[in-house]
Design a protein around this ligand. Sequence first.
Ligand code: NAP
Length: 257
Amino acid sequence: MSTDKYTTERITAVRPWTDNLFSFRTTRDRGYRFVPGQFARLGVPGEAEGSIVWRAYSIASAAHDEHLEFFSVVVPGGQFTSRLAKLREGDAIHVERRSYGFLTTDRFEAGRDLWMLATGTGLAPFLSILHDFETWEHYENIVLVQSVRTQQELAYEDVIRGFDKSEYYAEHARKLRYARIVTREPVPGTLRDRVTKLLASGVLEENLGMKLDLDRSRIMLCGNPEMVEDSRKLLVERGFRLSRRGDPAHLAVENYW
Ligand code: NAP
C-alpha cells in the first residue's frame, strides 16, 4: 500500500556483519530521488494494530542504483531496530517519498580534498557519496576514515577497497586514502585511538600522508554524536567553518542518534 507520503517497498536482501550490525536492501520506487549523503525515513509496523514506527536512515546505495541500501545496528530494546532486525527478504517496509539532510557535497565552498570521517554506521552516507562519479571527478583527493570497535565491524571493506577494480571508477580510484580505526582490539594495519584523539594529535594526518588545509579540505563528519561534536570543535578551532543553508563553507555534519 502506498500513500501520498510514502511508498511500500520490499526487502530484497539482508547482510549480517555481526550479531547486531547488518545491511539490507529494498526495492526503490521509480520516482524516489536523493542526493548522495542524504537520509530516508523508513517505517515498520508498530506495536498497535495498523501503527507505523518511523526512523531516519542514511542511504548507503548510489543515486543511480535501482535498489536502496541501509546499514543498521540493533539498538538493545529499541522499538525500531529490534523490529527491523526481524525483517526478512520479501517483507514490506515503508519509505517516505521525501529524502532529507544536508550531508552533501553541494554544501561546500570549492575545495580539492574531501575528508569523510565516520564512526560505526555513520559510514552509510559516505558509501553513497563514494559511488557518486562527480565526486571522484571533482576532488583531487578523497579521504575516508572508518572508526569501529572491533575488526568484525569493519563493514564494507571489500566495497571500499574495490573501486580500483571497477571499470567505472578505476581511473580515479588512486585518489582514495582510507584509514581504518579499530578501538577495542589490536588489528594490524589499523589505528587504535579514537578519531578525535588522532585528529588533535596530528597522527591521523600523518598516517594519511595529508594535511587538513583551510583552502583545500572539505570535511564531513557522521556517526556518534559526541564524536561529531568533539571533532567539529577541534576543526572549528583550526579555522574551519560549518556550512549553513545558503552559506557554503568547509564542514558538514550529521549526528546519528
Ligand atoms: P560507537 O559507540 O559509535 O563506536 C563506533 C566507533 O566510534 C568506535 O571506534 C568508538 O570508539 C568510536 N567513538 C565512540 N564515541 C566516540 C567519541 N565520543 N569520540 C570519538 N570516537 C568515538 O558504536 P556503534 O556500534 O556505532 O554504536 C553503539 C551504540 O550506539 C549502539 O549499540 C546503539 O545503542 C547506539 N546507536 C544508536 C543508533 C540509533 O539510531 N538510535 C544508531 C547507531 C548507534 P570506542 O571503542 O573508544 O568507544
